[in-house]
Design a protein around this ligand. Structure first.
Ligand code: 9MR
Ligand code: ZN
Length: 555
């Protein structure tokens, strides 16, 4: 069982040698971090034999953790196996060296979506011990109207049981792009889900579960309801025991645009496998697009009084419309969609560049840029494509500098440690992966992989932020079924939010002492929802990076 780690004010449970607990691939750079001085380190195998020795080098002071960092560089050691690093009488957590070291964690972060399915039961043959009865399958009341609709299905968003259109569209898009860009990673990836064994790749079956729900959230006029949740977050009960009244909350243009975008993207991807489904997706995207066109002003969503579930409110929807237009253009090649893409691009030109390079959940323009860059429509504007690739590559260069300055190799600065910082770190990795594709510069591959090392344990708390993945991994996330099921081990493959210097929940403020360095503002404590909750769009962001590591041969 994974050891519970409380972080914050608790004494440091680990010895100060921090490695990626999944491990490292032969031929790749392999470093672990020591937070104490030592002359030499050893790599020790499972029999306790020393198989490699090398000197430790002093990196310097690391700002985000306030640690003095020393590096154990074992790049030259490539023999596959299971090891620990030893230095100064201390040893690291276990890790592996081998080609397939990310395979299990890649599988787990994707299987996690199945565990988050809503509106069905999870059966033992697919879910092992983590079963539950069907949940949230009753009709929901349209808030303010009193009518009801059937909107069952989709994934629970997170540790709560809400289902939110923008968040869901974004997570689904990440997975679909992972499949589109790195199909090799999904070759033979059997998820053991109810749909397994059909012609449709399992990853697409899992995404379809969400897409079917998203289409239920679309109104007859093409617009999309923002979310379906209870009025207040449920207590820590199993999903089938959450019996609060379900409400469907009002339409927003960000939800409508994101639904349009992801359905258009999906229509192209499912077309070779399931034409009728692709047609339905295309029709849904088309009617959402029509709605947006006839409603040029943003319709924003705000939680009504008395509702405390996720808001995902966005005042401005330019980046959402930009994404929708780009996907519609890529799917249909229509002049109308292209013109709309140009219009939204011009609007974004007067706004910060990150709006065209971000991948969710509050800024989705990166998907729009990617859709435009990846399309092979002959009339696309090549100058625009170069410009967009330039934005992404420019950011990626800046990120590699950041990573090089960090003792832990994280392409992150103090300000990046906010709610869901692991998503920021994974998005940064994605920008570097895209820059690798655009430029062929191999240093991007190396720095992208460094972000995974940080996620999986080479960090100042020595914790793997993915449940069930690593000897010292998060095990107590803010995830309702993980507690209500009475099983000590958490459902595996859940990516926790990560360090958050803003400490946005009461418990985090109580247990993390003032002045704690940003990269240490974390506790694996279920009450600290602003630190260790899980969400579909954090998992999906990590899945994309793992797909690169498992499916890209260009390194
Ligand atoms: O991930 C969201 C984060 O960026 C916001 O700062 C935070 C507060 O608005 O909300 C997070 O999203 C949560 C959502 O509102 C409800 N489901 C759980 C999400 C993750 O904590
Ligand atoms: Zn449910």
């Amino acid at each position: 069982m994974a050891k519970t780690f409380f972080g914050g004010s608790d004494p440091e449970p680990l010895p100060g040698i921090y490695a990626d607990q999944a491990g490292y691939r032969p031929g790749c750079r392999k470093t672990a971090v020591l937070t104490f001085p030592a002359d030499h380190f050893s790599v020790v195998n499972e029999n306790g034999d020393i198989v490699y020795e090398h000197e430790v080098t002093f990196f310097g002071h690391d700002k985000c953790s306030d640690d003095d960092v020393y590096i154990a560089d074992l790049t030259a050691f490539n023999a596959p196996g299971t090891y620990r690093i030893a230095a100064g009488g201390k040893t690291s957590a276990r890790f592996r060296i081998g080609e397939g070291v990310y395979k299990n964690v890649f599988f787990s972060v994707i299987k996690a979506f199945y565990y988050l399915r809503c509106g069905c039961g999870l059966e033992e043959r697919h879910a092992g011990r983590f079963t539950h009865a069907p949940c949230h399958s009753e009709v929901a009341e349209v808030y303010g109207e009193g009518t009801v609709r059937e909107v069952s299905g989709g994934w629970h968003d997170a540790g709560d049981y809400g289902r939110y259109v923008t968040a869901g569209a974004c997570a689904c898009a990440q997975l679909l792009y992972a499949f589109r860009m790195f199909p090799k990673a999904f070759d033979g990836l059997e998820l053991n889900i109810p749909e397994s064994g059909s012609e449709l790749p399992d990853i697409l079956a899992e995404c379809r579960y969400e897409l079917e729900w998203l289409m239920k959230m679309q109104k007859e006029d093409g617009s999309a309801y923002h979310k379906v949740t209870t009025m207040l977050h449920a207590p820590f009960v199993m999903p089938e025991d959450d019996d609060g009244q379900l409400y469907i909350f009002p339409v927003s243009t960000s939800a409508t645009a994101d639904l349009c975008a992801v359905c258009a993207l999906a229509a192209g991807i499912y077309e070779p496998y399931d034409k009728p489904f692709a047609e339905r997706l295309k029709a849904a995207a088309g009617s959402a697009f029509d709605f947006l066109e006839s409603h040029p002003d943003a319709i924003s969503f705000r939680n009504p009084d008395g509702c405390n579930t996720g808001e995902y409110g966005e005042e401005d929807d330019t980046d959402n419309r930009y994404w929708a237009a780009a996907e519609m253009y890529a799917l249909t090649g229509s002049e109308r969609a292209h013109a709309e893409f140009k219009r939204q691009s011009e609007k974004l030109a007067g706004m910060p560049t990150y709006l065209r390079t971000s991948f969710g959940h509050w800024a989705v323009g990166g998907f729009g840029s990617l859709a435009y860059i990846l399309t092979d429509r002959p009339d696309r504007n090549e100058t625009k494509v170069q410009e967009l690739m330039g934005f992404i590559t420019g950011e990626a260069y800046w990120l590699t500098d950041k990573a090089a300055e960090s003792g832990y190799g994280a392409a992150m600065s103090d300000d990046d440690y906010f709610w869901g910082s692991n998503m920021r770190m994974m998005h940064n990795a994605l920008l570097m992966i895209l820059a690798l594709k655009f430029t062929g510069d191999k240093k991007f591959a190396r720095f992208a992989e460094e972000q995974i090392h940080v996620l999986l344990g080479r960090n100042p708390l020595g914790i793997s932020y993915v449940t069930g993945c690593g000897e010292y991994s998060c095990n107590d996330p803010h995830l309702r079924p993980a507690f209500a099921d009475g099983i000590d081990e958490c459902i595996p493959g859940m990516v926790c939010g990560g360090p958050n210097r803003q400490l946005n929940d009461r418990r985090a403020k109580e247990i993390i002492p003032p002045g704690t360095p940003p990269m240490k503002c974390f506790a694996d404590n279920k009450d600290c929802f602003s630190l260790n909750e899980v969400t579909i769009y954090w998992n999906a962001a990590a899945a994309l990076v793992f797909a690169f590591l498992c499916g890209d041969e260009s390194r």
